[in-house]
Design a protein around this ligand. Structure first.
Ligand SMILES: Cc1cc2nc3c(=O)[nH]c(=O)nc-3n(C[C@H](O)[C@H](O)[C@H](O)COP(=O)(O)O)c2cc1C
Length: 338
């Protein structure tokens, strides 16, 4: 067995405003994910009340795992080592099994307030932030991990930042293989993740643009990483992690996920989200999900075009599950019995 075919773990990426407690449950229930990460909890200069942690990580009330038993890591975003440490300790007391730190968020408002990817401009600040959390968790057995991009404007400090996170006490790294400037534009630079991996002594997880089993195999081969994290692809193809897992276990390549299976997950999401938010919000959440799905799926793209003007939930769901108009027109009428 080559090193890249050794069984690797798969994480579900944090995605603010997109991957919430319901999505985490729906996606992990399909199998394949070994851990998930919450949307970021923003730390400024206060100790946040428990309700903030519980709002972003309701799983804290249930052993900090999804109903399928997948551990939920809690992500913090901030720059003040002492306050990060204070809040990390608090999150750990509330039951978080691991504290992940966000050094990747590209949002201008976040970066202006000195958080996310902006810290990548100064590796010693990455180290200080991780060390603040590491110190606060000392003796608790709860690890701190870091999620980084390759840099802010360019990749010059990519290795330095990764080494800084390690020096601060990070137990492992996830590297989204793009700079902040590169946003989400392909390609993801998996080769750069290899450079990082070769220069640190902790596990490095490759992330970015892994949309298919083939890309999973290539990302691992090019980066040399054993473990991966899936973000948008987990939404585009909710069975991808399970398919990768199946391939790892058996060598068998399962067929692509059918539209009916994707649709079933969207419908389930709508049912559950509908208990918490108004129908109109559910429709826009579904459109957001479909918009990510269509990036790599022709049928989802055609559906998106058909559905984007519908604002009411019931007609939206009816159209979601119905045959495509174009397809229905192409399909010959059923033959009359003789
Ligand atoms: C809408 C959106 C929200 C995101 N929110 C977060 C976040 O809260 N924390 C974080 O570390 N990364 C966040 N990310 C980055 C993803 O975790 C991931 O690194 C990125 O999407 C690349 O992986 P992918 O190509 O598999 O999607 C977000 C990405 C998107 C598209």
């Amino acid at each position: 067995m080559s090193s890249t075919s050794a069984v690797g773990r798969i994480g579900l990426a944090p995605m603010e405003g997109v991957i919430d407690v319901i999505t985490r449950d729906l996606l992990t229930a399909r199998g394949g994910f070994d851990w998930v990460v919450t949307e970021f909890v923003r730390v400024t200069d206060t100790r946040l009340p428990p309700r903030v942690f519980h709002r972003l990580c309701p799983e804290l009330a249930a052993g900090a795992a999804t109903p399928s038993g997948t551990p939920v890591h809690l992500q913090l975003l901030g720059s003040n080592p002492e306050k990060l440490g204070d809040n990390a300790r608090h999150a750990a007391e509330l039951g978080a099994p691991c504290i992940d730190m966000n050094f990747g968020c590209p949002a201008k408002t976040v970066n202006r307030h000195d958080g996310g990817a902006s810290l990548l401009q100064t590796p010693r600040r990455v180290e200080a932030a991780v060390a603040g959390v590491h110190r606060a968790l000392e003796g608790s057995g709860i690890p701190v991990t870091a999620k980084l991009r390759l840099g802010f404007e360019d990749k010059r400090l990519a290795v330095d930042c990764a080494r800084a996170a390690e020096a601060g006490g990070a137990a492992s790294l996830v590297v989204h293989a793009r700079t902040r400037r590169e946003g989400y534009r392909p390609p993801a630079h998996w080769r750069w993740v290899r450079r990082i991996r070769q220069r640190v002594g902790i596990d490095t997880v490759v992330n970015g643009d892994i949309w298919t089993l083939e890309e999973y195999q290539r990302a691992r081969a090019i980066s040399g990483c054993r473990h991966v994290m899936l973000g948008r692809a987990a939404l585009a193809d909710p069975l991808l992690a399970a398919r990768i897992h199946h391939w790892q276990a058996t060598g068998e390549v399962l067929p692509a996920t059918r539209w009916q299976d994707r649709c079933a997950i969207l419908e389930e999401y709508a049912r559950r989200a509908g208990r918490a938010v108004p129908d109109k919000v559910v429709v826009s959440l579904l459109k957001q999900w479909l918009n990510i799905m269509r990036q790599h799926d022709r049928e989802a793209g055609e559906r998106f075009v058909e559905l984007r003007r519908i604002r009411e939930l019931t007609p939206f769901l009816t159209a979601l599950g119905a045959p495509l108009v174009a397809q229905a027109e192409d399909t010959p009428p059923p033959r009359q019995p003789a």
